[in-house]
Structures are given as structure tokens and as C-alpha cells.
Design a binder for this molecule. Structure first.
Ligand SMILES: Nc1ncnc2c1ncn2[C@@H]1O[C@H](COP(=O)(O)OP(=O)(O)OP(=O)(O)O)[C@@H](O)[C@H]1O
Ligand SMILES: [Mg+2]
Length: 204
């Protein structure tokens, strides 16, 4: 049995977590076996790494290369410990941020190189990738304004977040077979969810 791997990507406060939770509860109501998880984290080791990554005390201290390697380390643990075994059992895996976040944030916005970070992702995952990625976007301000968690990343400038968004658009252009950009401007939670569920059902 082959599982289904879906990821949710986009800038801060755009509704990734909200949508993933809604999809999970709808799919579970239908009796489907769902694993809901998040990056960085999803494993005990990954959650430890996450604490370093999201600690605002390290805002200026954390080097961008350290940051990249920590995200990749968390991803390796997450993928092989949790995601791959779940997919092998035929589960639907829904993940809040994954490889594209590394490419958009570290590769593009932090200028470590989009090609390089994509290559690193391929190495970490042995070429595996999600079946479908929902890339949610809106204008920068409305995303940041309703952001829930204040963490190290939300202390970045508006320019940085605009750059992240550009990175995501470039990734969507490179991987049109996998990445589905969804313009959520002016759309409520339920409307966005209906769009996502329609697309998601094509894979079921
Ligand atoms: N389409 C929407 N319209 C209005 N408000 C929304 C919409 N989607 C989500 N929200 C609200 O915006 C806030 C942020 O949503 P959520 O936490 O899901 O975003 P996120 O992308 O996971 O953010 P983060 O990057 O911080 O994890 C929440 O209060 C949520 O209820
Ligand atoms: Mg979230």
C-alpha cells in the first residue's frame, strides 16, 4: 500500500496550520488514517532542534549555515523516523512546512543558494518529495499581522518575508507538477479549505 504525502507551505501567518488541522479532521471523519506532523520537529530529536531554531535569544547569534544544517538534520530524523514508515503503511501524511521552506528561507532569502539547498534536500531525502504541496500566499502584511506565534523568524524585516515569498514563487515555477500555489487574498478559512480539499481529493 502506498501512502500520500502532502505538505503545507507559505509565509508566516498565512494559515498553514489552520488548514492542515482542518484537512486532518475532515479526512479522519471519513475514516482515513492520517499522520499530522510539522517541521522542524515531529520527532523527539527534531523538537530539540526546533527549540534552538525558534529561540528568539539566538536571533543574531545563529549563523545561517548553522541554521540550514539544523533544519536539514531535523528533516532527516523526521523523514526516516516518522514520515517514510507512515507512508509505507499507506497513511496520508500532512506536514506543516517541509523541504520547500528550507529552499525559500535559507536558500533564497538567506542567500545560501536555491540550487544548493534543493540539492541538499534531495540528498537528505534520497530524492523523495511530497506528492503535493499547497503553497498558500497572500500579501505580506496581512499574513504577518495575524501571525499567531512570536518567534525568531517573525522578528525578520518585511523585506525578508517578501524575499521568502519570491523564493516560494520560484520553487512553484520549477516544480509545477508538485507545488500548487493558492492565492488566499480575501478568502476565509472555509473557502480556502474547500479549495485545498478539492485538490487533495484528486490524490485519494
Ligand atoms: N483565510 C483566513 N482568513 C482569516 N484568518 C485566517 C485565515 N486562515 C487563518 N487565519 C487565522 O490567522 C491566524 C494564523 O493562522 P495559522 O496559525 O494557521 O497560520 P500559519 O501559516 O500556520 O502561521 P505560522 O507561520 O506562524 O505557523 C490564526 O489566528 C487563524 O485563525
Ligand atoms: Mg503554523
Amino acid at each position: 500500500m502506498k501512502g500520500l504525502f502532502i505538505t503545507f507551505e507559505g509565509g508566516e501567518g498565512v494559515g498553514k496550520t489552520t488548514q492542515m488541522k482542518k484537512c486532518t479532521s475532515l479526512l479522519e471523519k471519513e475514516g482515513r488514517d492520517v499522520l499530522m506532523t510539522r517541521e522542524p520537529g515531529g520527532t523527539e530529536i527534531g523538537e530539540e532542534i526546533r527549540k534552538i531554531l525558534l529561540n528568539s535569544a539566538y536571533h543574531t547569534l545563529l549563523q545561517s549555515k548553522t541554521e540550514l544544517l539544523l533544519y536539514l538534520a531535523a528533516r532527516a530524523q523526521h523523514y526516516y523516523e516518522k514520515i517514510e514508515p507512515a507512508l509505507k503503511k499507506g497513511k496520508i501524511v500532512l506536514c506543516d512546512r517541509f523541504m520547500d521552506a528550507t529552499a525559500a528561507y535559507q536558500g533564497y532569502a538567506r542567500q545560501l543558494g536555491l540550487d544548493f539547498t534543493e540539492e541538499m534536500n534531495r540528498w537528505v531525502l534520497n530524492g523523495a518529495a511530497p506528492h503535493c504541496t499547497f503553497f498558500l500566499y497572500t500579501d505580506i502584511r496581512s499574513g504577518l499581522d495575524r501571525e499567531s506565534a512570536q518567534n525568531r523568524l517573525s522578528m525578520e524585516s518585511e523585506d525578508f518575508h517578501a524575499c521568502v515569498l519570491q523564493g516560494y514563487f520560484e520553487l512553484a515555477r520549477r516544480h509545477p507538477e508538485r507545488i500548487m500555489p493558492l492565492d488566499i487574498r480575501g478568502k476565509g478559512i472555509d473557502e480556502v479549505n474547500a479549495m485545498i480539499m478539492t485538490q487533495l481529493r484528486r490524490f485519494l
